[in-house]
Design a protein around this ligand. Structure first.
Ligand code: SAH
Length: 497
């Protein structure tokens, strides 16, 4: 059955959509979204879904309101499930009312899914409760769109006043309010892109805020809150006090692996910017891995030096005639992420070094007799030779086979150059392997990275950075993603970066 859902996408943080909103997005055939709807939510819609940007930046309406309504009706009549995704809540200054009326008039079934409206996002993420027993028992939500349309004598004196779309008209609104007796000392603030990592707050008083907004050059979308409650921000601003608040941090890992690091950075208040500098691809020649798998039973040791190695080994195994029952070998992992990839297969790791680099692995092998032992090392096409060379010196027979290769994604250079040329450069860039470091510097040039602090996952990666003429500002003490995050946290806490 076709239906149209008017869905509130929340103020910006994509996690703030409701469960119902997410559920309907996950089965949408068509999504009509605008400028304020958190864009990452679009990824929740199925791959086949048609995604239509219907604009709504003030001066550049991609579609008129009539056209949007007509589109909703037309797609629904085709029997499709349509989601109209809006910023905040659809029924608060979102023109959801008009769209619902158009659907009702056309006899089309619809549902409205509420969302967190911008001021509620602001209240939570600045630490300004909109009501408070000691200060406020009334709140007004108004639009600043047309100053004359509002009787400021009536609503403007409400204890907490929230003004949507009021950035340009605020000087006039503030004058009106003060002329009607509201104290010029009343605390007031403007908040842009609330709940996102780039949330920006300008705080002052009714008398000063207009000038402060102009001075900062604050642009829409921003909402203004006037009232005694604004004072509470100093005490309750948990978001602004997150350890990495306001930091823009570039994540250079492959797209499918960036998630955990980005999520952790976001949790700490940072704005992660994903710029994948490597892309994992199947091996250039699958034959050697296939041959190694065909004689899997002959190996005494199976060494994995990355989670990618594990994944690609498994797909080759799946394609072969064999399965895990052929494996006799002990399994060795270079570090915890690789071990996790092995354990996800319900296999156990027999050996892992204390330090998560090749040297640590070799150290772990020290007690074992390797003479005549057969070792299989499925790994990236380009990698360090230390492990095979050292194990061979101890008498092992080592087969190094290409399990995958890494390439530089096509858009890294263009995206990277734009990112580092921006007026507000990133504060940090994280490099999680020698190849991400090498590809990053090759793509954007080392001059572009001047003034950006480099966080390196470990000594091998730091050495690569140094060889390319730059210096890592921090290096992880434990060579994992969490170790990398710890290193950045330490530097920021020390006031460095
Ligand atoms: N339906 C939306 C409001 C849309 S009107 C809601 O419920 O939030 C557009 C106005 O909403 C902007 O001019 C701004 O005042 C406010 N707004 C929307 N998203 C915002 C955000 N993330 N931060 C601050 N203000 C926001």
């Amino acid at each position: 059955m076709s239906k149209v859902y008017l869905v509130g996408g929340g103020p910006g943080d994509p996690d703030l959509i409701t469960v119902k909103g997410r559920n309907v997005l996950e089965r949408a055939d068509v999504v009509l979204y605008d400028h304020l709807a958190p864009e990452t939510l679009l990824a929740l819609a199925p791959a086949h879904a048609e995604r239509i940007y219907v604009g709504k930046k003030k001066a550049e309406h991609a579609f008129s309101q009539e056209e949007i309504c007509a589109l909703l009706v037309e797609r629904a009549r085709r029997g499709l499930t349509v989601v109209r995704l809006k910023g905040g809540d659809p029924f608060l200054f979102g023109r959801g009312g008009e769209e619902a009326e158009a659907l009702a008039d056309a006899g089309i079934a619809f549902e409205v899914v509420p969302g967190v409206t911008a001021p509620l996002g602001i209240a939570a993420y600045t630490g300004v409760p909109l009501t408070h027993r000691d200060h406020t028992s009334a709140v007004s939500f108004v639009t600043g769109h047309a100053v004359d349309a509002i009787d400021w004598g009536k609503v403007g004196l409400a204890e907490t006043l929230v003004i949507y779309m009021g950035l340009t008209t605020f000087p006039a609104i503030a004058r009106e309010l003060m002329a009607r007796g509201r104290s010029p000392e009343t605390p007031a603030m403007a908040v842009r892109w609330a709940t996102r990592p780039d949330q920006e707050t300008v705080a002052g008083t009714l008398a000063t805020l207009a000038a402060q907004i102009a001075e900062r050059g604050l642009k829409p979308p921003a909402t203004i809150v006037v009232g005694e409650v604004v004072r509470l921000r100093e005490k309750l601003d948990w978001f602004g006090r997150l350890p990495l608040a306001g930091k823009r941090i570039v994540v250079t890992r492959a797209r499918e692996q960036a998630d955990t690091l980005s999520a952790r950075l976001r949790e700490l208040g940072a704005e992660p910017i994903e710029l994948p500098t490597i892309e994992i691809q199947p091996p250039s020649d699958p034959a050697p891995l296939g041959q190694a798998i065909a004689k899997l039973a002959a190996y005494d040791w199976l060494i994995f030096t990355s989670a990618n190695g594990v994944r690609h080994f498994v797909s080759a195994l799946d394609r072969s005639a064999a399965d895990w029952r052929a494996l006799r070998a002990k399994i060795c992992a270079i570090g915890p992420a690789t071990r996790a990839a092995v354990e996800a297969l319900h296999l156990k790791v027999d050996l892992m070094g204390a330090e998560y680099v090749a040297e640590g692995l070799l150290e772990a092998f020290r007690p074992y007799e390797l003479k005549g032992k057969r070792v299989l090392l499925p790994r990236a096409k380009v990698a360090r030779d230390l492990v095979p060379v050292e194990l061979a010196k101890r008498g092992a027979e080592v087969d190094v086979v290409e399990a995958y290769q890494t390439i530089v994604p096509a858009d890294t250079e263009a995206r990277g150059r734009a990112l580092f040329a921006a007026a507000r450069k990133p504060d940090w860039v994280t490099v999680t392997s020698s190849s991400t470091a090498r590809n990053l510097i090759a793509a954007v040039g080392k001059e572009a990275l001047v003034g950006v602090r480099i966080a390196s996952i470990g000594p091998v990666t730091s050495r690569t950075v140094r060889e390319l003429g730059l210096e890592a500002a921090v290096e992880a003490r434990v060579y994992t993603m969490e170790g990398l995050v710890e290193a950045v946290l330490g530097a920021v806490a020390d006031g460095q970066g």
